[in-house]
Design a protein. Structure first.
Length: 92
């Protein structure tokens, strides 16, 4: 109950973050209206969805306190114990 008083910027950030999530869902719904399930999505709606989600979710993460995100690939992972001795890594 004390959060709105002790953390002044909590409510605006929370409202912005949740509103952005709902706006993303609305945009995806509008862009995919009339699309048959199972058919491939045309390039323009696909690019709109990917771009909006990518940039919108960066703002969404900022609203909830995540300011930095780093993506790294495991380089020397050895899964031969589970996948057999003939397993070779391939990155396609």
């Amino acid at each position: 109950m004390l959060v709105p008083f002790t953390h002044f910027f909590f409510l605006p950030r929370f409202i912005l973050g949740v509103g952005l999530a709902f706006l993303t869902l609305l945009i995806i719904t509008v862009v995919t209206l009339g699309h048959k399930k199972g058919d491939p999505l045309p390039d323009l709606p696909r690019k709109i969805i990917i771009t909006w989600t990518k940039h919108g979710m960066k703002v969404f993460m900022w609203c909830f306190g995540v300011f930095y995100w780093e993506k790294r690939r495991a380089e020397n992972a050895d899964y031969s114990k589970w996948l057999g001795p003939d397993w070779k890594p391939s990155y396609e």
